[in-house]
Design a protein around this ligand. Sequence first.
Ligand code: PLP
Length: 389
Amino acid sequence: MLRTFKVEKFHAGIIPESTLFKVLRYLDNENIETPFLLIDSEKVKEKASLIGRYIKNSKVFYAVKANPDIKILKFLNRFKLGFEIASEGELKILLSLGVKPERIISSNPIKSLKFLKMSASYGVNYFSFDSADEVDKLSRYVPGCNVYVRLSVPNEGSEWPLSKKFGVELDEALTLLRYAKEKGINPVGITFHVGSQCTNVYNWNIALDKAKALWDMAEKNGIKLTLLNIGGGYPIRYTKNVVSIETIEKNVNKLIYERFPKGLEIYIEPGRAVIGDAGILVTTVIGKARRANEDWLYIDVGVFNGLMESVGGIKYSYIVESCKHTRYKKRWTIAGPSCDSFDVIDNNVSLPEPNVGDLILILSSGAYTVSYASEFNGFSIPKTILMNL
Ligand SMILES: *Cc1c(COP(=O)(O)O)cnc(C)c1O
């Protein structure tokens, strides 16, 4: 079935034309029930080889929570990157794919006992921590493991901040590194997270300054660190241009090699940047209404079954399927299908008017969408389809 979409110039600044072209061709040739998430595997491959390229001596660990679809993990497993996980569920998927424990790390500072026991039996050996209780747990369940302390760093300019829940200040971090050593586990390094979808390069500068201060404090206390884990946070384009990975990495690389001792190892844990802009959600308009002077558009993916991040402020770009006659645009409130009034994705979105039954494509929706989704109210979670395998 040939479909007509209102593709505009700015869309090509959000996702590559090659990805968009593939999606449109796919939709012409396949007639699958919505909602579903199309992933351009070539784009994933490109990102997997781009990330880490400009940081010397770095290893990349994909943050599995961004999208743990087994087909995606299987695909990523072909490349040389590792995986960052937080739970027994994520570990089980990797086990089923035969991923070796040396390629798995866990940077969740608070881990369940079940997960620690499973990690120990499989041989996962790198963990973050930011409390004395976690040191007690790690030394008991994974004796001799390697640990890196999570520093608290500014998250300003990140659309999905992570700093309040985790991380400690310098003095506390030093105390914890010393305590880890005392308890017989290996304090090997430092980690931080500048916040997810971080568009502010300055956050990495401040974080690296802080990490360097702790590095020196540790050395003065007889703890020689070797690992700097710079976490995730690389941004993608949703509605506007963002600083490129190349710019971020060149800056980080420069700061690290100016200030830190030679020979240290760098870990990077991208999630969103690996899979986010390779994905397009395909949804259907299920209703339209006018209420209190607002035009409402209801689609079959909402806050509960895929677009949870919209509640935290992530705004998406949309492409509307539409008959040729509609030229002018309206301002829409876009809502999900459920009966909950919390299920509103965005408002004031300028789009041409679609018909009920038309498709709406949601760009850059490969990360933190399906992995957050529930079947609340009986609406299905979008299935994931990898294109061009
Ligand atoms: C979520 C998470 C990541 C990935 O963050 P992105 O912003 O998606 O790159 C990396 N490390 C840790 C510890 C995380 O919790």
